[in-house]
Structure formats: structure tokens, C-alpha cells
Ligand binder design. Sequence first.
Ligand code: SAM
Ligand code: DTB
Ligand code: SF4
Length: 346
Amino acid sequence: MSTTFASLRHDWILAEAVSLFDLPFNDLLFQAHGVHRANFDPNAVQLSTLLSIKTGACPEDCAYCPQSVRYDTGLERERLLPLEDVLAAARRARSSGATRFCMGAAWRSPKDRDLDQVVEMVQGVKAIGLETCLTLGMLTDRQARRLKEAGLDYYNHNLDTSPEFYGNIITTRTYQDRLDTLEHVRAAGLSVCCGGIVGMGEDRRDRAGLLVALANLPKHPESVPINRLVQVEGTPLYGVDRLDGLEFVRTVAVARIMLPGSYVRLSAGRSAMSDELQAWCYFAGANSIFYGEKLLTTGNPEADHDRELFQRLGIRPLHKEKVQEEAGELEMRACRCGAAELPASA
Ligand code: SAM
Ligand code: DTB
Ligand code: SF4
């Protein structure tokens, strides 16, 4: 019997995803790395830099988030940043090697007058020569189309966890609200960045359930951020049991197998990971990171440290043109991948 590489499927059932998680570690990593190699340059990683353009005082109750107005995390709230500050940060990101600039706002959803200013940011960042990504909360159909017309490349909106565990984490918006926003983003012709967080006290079935929900979307997200919870004092999830590092690697590996054509991003939580753990994640199929010393409000490894790690691993940062060239090829690459075979697993 031989194991076929996963092709682009949208009909995953939970039991299948759980059995991937349950494989012996070496079998899982071998399979995931094979899928990775069949679809991507295994030594190239895409670099995105984040900026919080509006910080804190968010009305939502996401139990992991330092920016919710409901939790006292000592975070100073800030109004929407002036355009020039955003462009200065984008120039710095570009000169340190990022190819995408992701702007995040602590909103439930943007108001139309906020969007006027955000549109100027998107246009300015594009003119600097970076791909653009926004994460502003829920979007209407019309707002998504407006951002597409402004030239936005990606919209980030995460499912965060499995449908079953979701109610333990957020009560102020539903899973269906998130799916609706993703539908609006897709319909507008934007590329989708959608992933989740692990290490929130969920179990393996929930991690598998998140990946099933992502893989069964009508089209796989182009970018899939896998965040490991950054525990912030004052949030309800502060002090929750930390997720085992090898279970995190397994999550990346299963994401790679189920979403073979997507960029899987090793996202929040890298500051608490050793170089060795990150190296395993790259082997398992992660091929994108947040790059630069800050995420939105919390820390991230120094760019120098990442560059040094890349050198030690022989990893190259991916050029923007390469990512764009591949963006329209998801289905095609999955066909190639479907034809390849791996020897039988033990
Ligand atoms: N307010 C918008 C929203 O939630 O849609 C956009 C910004 S929000 C901070 C973007 C994502 O960051 C969340 O969906 C969540 O997955 C991730 N995130 C927030 N706080 C985090 C934390 N402490 N650890 C890991 N990921 C986190
Ligand atoms: C995503 O999945 N992770 C990023 C980005 N999308 C917006 C945010 C991580 C935030 C970590 C906590 C903070 O820095 O506030
Ligand atoms: Fe608000 Fe987004 Fe934080 Fe939730 S994750 S509290 S919506 S900023």
C-alpha cells in the first residue's frame, strides 16, 4: 500500500484530520515534508511585517486578546495612526526585507469613514512596493469591494479555533459571522489570509476541527497563519496550560497536508520558541513568518535573529514576484501534487 499526497480537497471529515495528528511523529513529518516539497521551494520563506494601525479599546471579548476593552492588560489605547507614520513603518519593513505589510486594527468592524483613511494607507503602502494586507474585523460585501478597488491584496480574518470550542473563547461574534466575512472577501476577489490560534486549552480534536473548517472552505485560503497563544496578563487565557512544542509542530504538519497549496505561516508565539522548534516547523511545511520585532502589541524575534537562523538553515526569503506568480496557481499545483506518491508509512 502506498500513501498518496493530499490533493486540494474540500471534503475533509474530522476523523481523517485526527488520524493525521495521531500518526507517529516521524511518519507525519515525512508525509508533510513530502507535500511541502511537491508544492513549494522547501528553502524559501515569505516575510510579512505587522503594524497595529489602531490599538486597544476593542469592544469584542476574544479571551486571548490584550486589545479587548474588557480586560485590564495595561495596554495604552491609540487612535488610528496618521498616514505618514504608517508609510514610515512600511518603508522600514521593506528595507529590512519584508514583501508584505499587514495592518491590523482593534475594531469589531470598520466604519465607512475609517475606511477612507485605510484606503489611503493601502495605496501608499502599495506605492512603496509592498503587498498589502489588512485585518480590521468583520467586513460587509460593499466594504470588501471597496478595499479591492483600492488595490488591497490580502484580507486577514481568522476562524481562530474549531466551531465546537469557539464559544469558550468569543461570545460577541459567531463562527457564522466569520464565515460571512470570508465569503465577502472572496467574492470581492481579494486573497484570503485565514488561520487560527492553538494553545488556548483546546484539545487535539479542536486543532483538527480548525484545520477541517479551513480546508473545507469553498477555496483554500492563500495564507494560513498558525498562531501559538501569546499569553498576556489580564486576559482570561493567561495561565492556561502551554501547548507542547511537538504538538505545535504536528499542527503545522497537518495544516501543510490538508492545505497543500497554501502558505502556512508560523505566526504569533515565535518569541517563546527555540530555534530548533522553529526549524522543525519549517521542515513540517511552514513557509511564511511575521518578520520584525513586534507583532501587533506583543514581541516577536528580532529581524537579525531571524536572518541568522535562516542562514543557519539555508533558508532564503521569498521574493514578492514569486508569491504573486504562485497566487493564481493553487489549483494547478494541487493537481501536480495529487500525482506524486510517497512510500507506505509504517
Ligand atoms: N480585530 C480584528 C479581528 O479580530 O478580526 C483584527 C485584529 S486581531 C488582533 C487578529 C488576530 O490576531 C486574531 O484573530 C487572533 O487570531 C490573533 N491574536 C490576537 N491576540 C493573540 C494572542 N494573544 N496570541 C495569538 N494570536 C493572537
Ligand atoms: C494573525 O493570525 N496573527 C497576527 C495577525 N494575524 C494580525 C496577530 C497576532 C497578534 C498577537 C498578539 C499581539 O501582538 O497583540
Ligand atoms: Fe478585538 Fe480583534 Fe482583539 Fe478580538 S482579536 S478583541 S476583535 S482586536
